[in-house]
Design a protein around this ligand. Structure first.
Ligand code: URA
Length: 256
């Protein structure tokens, strides 16, 4: 997916296959609009979501999309899967089931360019973010961003205070040859804890509790950064993020 910013003259030259010299002329003549405003600056930086028109011809009009989904257990975090329903299937089903839905080809219902921001396992439920804005997702997923992800964990066996320190100290994972970052564990009850991670290693929470030979029997993601799973969303339901939610994690799109 195109994610980087590029110069307006380069974009037009590539898009309509004309030399940059000719693009300069188009710009000087005021025949190009970016987001509704006549653009004359060849150096103008544009991204994948600027609306660009040249001589009335739309060259680009992608809309940035930011979605939260309440993923049920048994649905796979993938765009395609032969065996299980995917998170993308759920979003498509929601669009098709919407009243007055006759928009299968419209921009707002197109799921082709969506990707998942931090996968959950098949048997994990809760908050999954999807977007077509790869700069935004990079801002969330980058290890430097240190975005908190909070999970409710239900265990087979009782937990105790020893877990808190072990999670804080980190666990050595030989396969990846890494030690996990300090994680916060809060005991909610004898068999239930809240765990806050700033990374997302393969089966990370299950492997951490595995060190105590304590199987995870329920795992649910409550939040990613300041985005909390909307309690009004039933399992399988999704909605667009509000602007405040979107801007609360990963930085302001385009500023990364
Ligand atoms: N840790 C896991 O083990 N699984 C998940 O889905 C998320 C975190």
């Amino acid at each position: 997916m195109q994610s980087k910013r590029s110069r307006l003259d380069r974009f037009i030259s590539r898009h309509i296959q004309i030399p940059k010299k000719q693009v300069r002329l188009l710009l000087a003549q005021g025949r190009v609009k970016v987001d509704g405003v006549i653009a004359r600056d060849i150096d103008l930086q544009i991204d994948q979501f600027n609306h660009i028109i040249c001589d009335g011809l739309v060259l680009q009009q992608r809309q940035a999309r930011y979605i939260m989904l309440n993923k049920p257990v048994g649905v796979v975090c993938a765009t395609k899967d032969d065996k299980h329903r995917t998170v993308i299937d759920l979003i498509n089903e929601a669009v098709n089931d919407a009243p007055n839905s006759n928009q299968s080809n419209s921009e707002s219902s197109n799921t082709d360019d969506l990707h998942i921001v931090g996968r959950l396992d098949l048997n994990t439920s809760g908050l999954v973010l999807l977007t077509n804005d790869s700069q935004w997702s990079k801002g969330i997923m980058s290890p430097d961003s240190k975005v908190d992800k909070i999970y409710v964990v239900t265990l087979k066996n009782p937990i105790d205070e020893r877990y808190i320190q072990a999670f804080e100290e980190g666990f050595y994972f030989a396969y990846e040859d890494i030690t996990t970052l300090p994680a916060k564990l809060e005991i909610i009850s004898s068999h239930c804890a809240l765990v806050t991670l700033q990374e997302g290693r393969y089966h990370q929470i299950k492997r951490m509790f595995g060190r105590f030979r304590n199987p995870v029997i329920g795992l649910h993601r409550l939040s990613v950064g300041d985005i909390r799973l909307d309690e009004s969303l039933l399992p399988g339901q999704s909605r667009q993020l509000t602007a405040t939610e979107m801007m609360s994690v990963g930085g302001i799109p385009g500023n990364n």
